[in-house]
Write a protein that binds this ligand. Structure first.
Ligand code: GLN
Length: 447
């Protein structure tokens, strides 16, 4: 809490801080500790953790960084939160994000932008920018974020921390405010790979409250960390090392590749030819799903409602016009358009087909290699305001992370050096579905 107080005026990484509640919980735990034997102390006992403000924590407000939910109080815990609570974690606050997790810079938040701790004039990335900035500035030991097209990995890269997007279905989405349900996944943002692994162990597993959570065994991921990387085969997808990637980013990533090679990892070039369609495909599918998911914010069931209106329809219209920011409106309009009769086949259905091709491209690469290595982003953290007037430019900052969500694969972003402006650079490792173990093991070896 002291660290939050020291850093918040500069960073704005939190929307809500639980001063009182966190202190009280710590006192209760202190007391409880006197009654516990050492081997009875749960894993997360007393560990202060922050949560992205699109994940429900019972009894405190969840805003999704939107005016629409400014005063909404969560009636229940998300499954991931419940599990942490049961193991004694202390929630210190809710982290800032792009409104409804739509963005790559945390600039679309109704509560103002978060700053990058490495350079306060730059963005921390997004949409989990508050989580990444908090962990980077040590105002949280760890945070849970969400990743729909890169929202855990890209801010982790920009802030020099670790971000893990698990396989789609690995972690329950119950209690995560849906943005694009077929892409969203909750995951940890941490200081190092070991912390991410502890969190993954805890949050993984089937949940009867989320029909898309997968019934697959959950290994003890910590055991993977000590494994050998020698003999593994890594693929460098040539489409991820193209022109347009900052040479300093490329160099840092390739030097991590060299290190792996010296440890006995075999490196081969692979091709993911449909990667070039990933951003376009995502910006059909994600807005389509978002336009449907956000239909619930109608002024009836959730907190914000316009003050002056003539009738019910007018109330809906004014509430949504006043409650949502521009980026959210843009997504709703695109999604409604691509789902409408006459355009559905040309856009939505076509995008679903391309999505399958992207998935198959990864499958083919994984016949040959155990995992893939790429940069997380083509460049390091950009200046605040630099891309706000140009949505396409903003969308392109997820060019290397988005295909992973379309294919449902696990991927981790770890720091791999700095550029000449002293800004962190991120390395992405992409694994086969439900094989988080390999990427964690490799990440732990090179971090
Ligand atoms: N930046 C992407 C978007 O704006 C991804 C966001 C996310 O992963 N939540 O949609």
């Amino acid at each position: 809490l002291k660290r939050i107080e020291e850093t918040e005026s500069k960073l704005n990484a939190y929307i809500t801080v639980f001063e009182e509640k966190a202190r009280k919980k710590a006192e209760i735990l202190d007391e409880e500790l006197t009654r516990l034997n050492e081997d009875e102390v749960p894993e997360f006992f007393g560990i202060p953790i922050s949560i992205k403000d699109n994940i429900n924590v019972e009894g405190v407000r969840m805003t999704c960084a939107s005016k629409m939910l400014e005063n909404f109080v969560s009636p229940y815990d998300a499954t991931v939160v419940k599990r942490l609570r049961e193991r004694g974690a202390i929630f210190v606050g809710k982290n800032n994000l792009d409104e409804f997790a739509m963005g790559s810079s945390t600039e679309t938040s109704y509560f103002g932008p978060t700053k990058n701790p490495w350079d306060l004039e730059r963005v921390p990335g997004g949409s989990s920018g508050g989580s990444a900035a908090a962990v980077s500035a040590r105002s949280a030991i760890a945070s849970l974020g969400s990743d729909t097209g890169g929202s855990i990995r890209q801010p982790a890269a920009f802030c020099g921390v670790v971000g893990l997007k698990p396989t789609y279905g690995r972690v329950s989405r119950y209690g995560l405010t849906a943005f694009a349900s077929s892409l969203d996944q909750i995951g940890p943002i941490t200081k190092n790979v070991e912390d991410a692994t502890y969190l993954l162990n805890l949050i993984s597993g089937q949940d009867s409250k989320d029909a898309t959570s997968a019934k697959v065994p959950v290994p003890n991921f910590l055991e993977a960390l000590n494994g050998e990387v020698k003999g593994l085969k890594a693929g460098l997808p040539k489409e991820y090392f193209i022109e347009g990637v900052d040479p300093e980013v490329k160099e840092a990533v390739l030097s991590a590749v060299k290190k792996l090679e010296s440890l006995g990892v075999e490196i081969v070039e692979v091709s993911l030819p449909n990667t070039k369609y990933a951003v376009e495909t995502y910006y059909i599918i994600a807005p389509a799903e978002a336009s449907s998911n956000l239909g619930r914010f109608d002024g009836v069931r959730y907190t914000y409602r316009a003050k002056d209106y003539k009738d019910l329809i007018d109330m809906y219209k004014k509430t949504r016009a006043e409650g949502f920011g521009n980026e959210v409106k843009r997504r709703i309009m695109i999604g409604t358009y691509t789902l409408s009769a006459g355009y559905y086949d040309a856009y939505y259905l076509k995008a679903q087909k391309v999505r399958t091709l992207i998935y198959q491209g990864f499958q083919k690469a994984f016949e040959e290699v155990d995992f893939l290595i790429t940069p997380v982003t083509p460049e390091t953290a950009f200046k605040i305001g630099e891309k706000t007037d140009d949505p396409i430019k903003m969308y392109l900052s997820d060019i290397f992370t988005i295909a992973v969500n379309l294919a449902g694969l696990p991927a981790i972003s770890i720091p791999c050096g700095f550029d000449s402006k002293n800004l962190p650079i991120g390395l992405q490792l992409i694994g086969k579905a439900f094989d988080e173990e390999t990427i964690l093991k490799v990440a732990h070896t090179v971090e």
